[in-house]
Design a protein around this ligand. Structure first.
Ligand SMILES: Cc1ncc(C[n+]2csc(CCOP(=O)(O)OP(=O)(O)O)c2C)c(N)n1
Ligand SMILES: [Mg+2]
Length: 373
């Protein structure tokens, strides 16, 4: 047996207490829609506050419609977003057009507000390559399916921006499960070492498919993983749009001032299934837990806050709902009218012509022949 020292080398209780103190959940608006942290209130005009609400309502409608369209067989891959509107919409609202977005598969709303036309988002869902072609001026990659990969890419994009002297940031998202990936650690570490202007957002919706966050990691918060990379980390109430906005805006300021990246954990919940591919959340989540989180709903909370300021009404909300439904109808029609993708086109987009290996050339010829019939 190894000899014991007289005093413990590590006082783990003290260590963890110190960490817990540093990573308390940042909140501005409580569940009742009351401001509990006036000093941290972000500077937003009434119009901007309303715009955040509009986008959250619109996104909730888009989620409901996407679920039905998927059930009707009119959409393919879809990862529900209800419950994550504050984390998604308010974080994106803190960005600028020149910022570069690297989303995960659940982050289609941020892409849409960054400029991806809705019909293209539907095409992405259907696996059509046109859904991955960002229009000119939309600084974004298409949603990443490989968990954590976008963290490495974000570090690279951010470093590129820094080298070019751009006053912009690279922003990426993953989930609680994503923070277990090697790519997550490599991305935040690299960006920290090079003081790259990146914002790493972790939407902690408590589950990675069926794995609860308590099983995912022994770390008490995911935000504290930033410490090992030498970068600031903050845990935010991810159902509070004002807190999310303030945290991302501050991280953006730091990044463009040359102070490097930030890791932001947003505590949220996905009300629906993991994706529409057969996941049944009732097998791993209790009704009580669902209720507990639904009581924190970002739309309800923000509606109360805006109504108290005389900035929101039922009519206003109905208008947004109608607009969203109309846009969705039009976008799905446009997606339906988009010519089906051809294998030959896919090959041409993926590989530079004239440089193809012989087997690809062969396949191209076979499909060219097939498609001409
Ligand atoms: C590298 C990799 N491993 C596994 C998967 C399969 N997979 C898809 S989603 C998922 C769970 C991710 O959970 P989380 O990061 O919490 O994000 P959430 O879906 O909750 O938004 C897994 C394991 C994958 N896509 N990529
Ligand atoms: Mg998750």
């Amino acid at each position: 047996m190894a000899a014991k020292t007289k005093k413990a080398v590590v006082d783990s209780k003290k260590q963890f207490e110190a960490i817990s103190k540093q990573f308390q959940t940042f909140q501005i608006l409580n569940e009742k829609g009351e401001v509990v942290n006036e000093a941290a209130m972000p500077e937003l005009t009434d119009d901007q506050l309303k715009e955040i609400m509009r986008r959250m309502v619109y996104t909730r409608v888009l989620d409901q419609r996407s679920i039905s369209l998927n059930r009707q067989g009119r959409l393919g891959f879809y990862a529900p977003t209800a419950g994550q509107e504050a984390s998604q919409i308010a974080s994106h609202f803190a960005l600028e057009k020149e910022d570069f977005l690297l989303p995960g598969y659940r982050d289609v709303p941020q892409l849409i507000w960054h400029g991806l036309p809705l019909y293209q988002a539907f095409l992405f869902s259907r696996g059509h390559f046109h859904g991955n072609q960002m229009p000119e001026g939309v600084n974004a990659l298409s949603p990443q399916i490989i968990i954590g990969a976008q963290y490495i890419q974000a570090a690279g994009v951010a470093l590129g921006m820094k080298k070019r002297g751009k006053k912009a940031v690279a922003v990426t998202y993953t989930g609680d499960g994503g923070t277990s990936q090697g790519d997550f650690y490599e991305g935040i570490n690299f960006a920290g070492a090079f003081k790259a202007p990146a914002i790493f957002i972790v939407q902690n919706n408590r589950f990675a498919i069926s794995t609860p966050v308590e099983v995912q990691s022994a770390a008490e918060t995911l935000a504290q993983k930033a410490v090992a990379a030498g970068i600031p980390g903050v845990q935010v109430d991810g159902m509070d749009p004002l807190a999310v906005y303030a945290a991302v805006r501050e991280a953006r300021e730091r990044a463009i001032n040359g102070e490097g990246p930030t890791l932001i954990e947003t505590l949220c919940y996905r009300y629906g299934p993991h994706t529409m591919a057969g996941d049944d959340p009732t097998r791993y989540r209790s009704k009580d837990l669902d209720n507990e989180w639904e009581a924190k709903d970002p739309l309800v909370r923000f509606r109360k806050f805006l109504e108290a300021k005389g900035l929101w009404s039922e009519e206003e909300e109905s208008k947004v709902i109608e607009q969203a439904k109309e846009d969705i109808k039009e976008a799905i029609k446009k997606a339906d009218e988009t010519p089906k993708q051809k294998v030959t086109e896919l090959i041409k987009i993926m590989h530079e012509e004239g440089n193809w290996p012989y087997n690809l050339q062969e396949q191209y010829e076979i499909y060219k022949e097939k498609e001409s019939k």
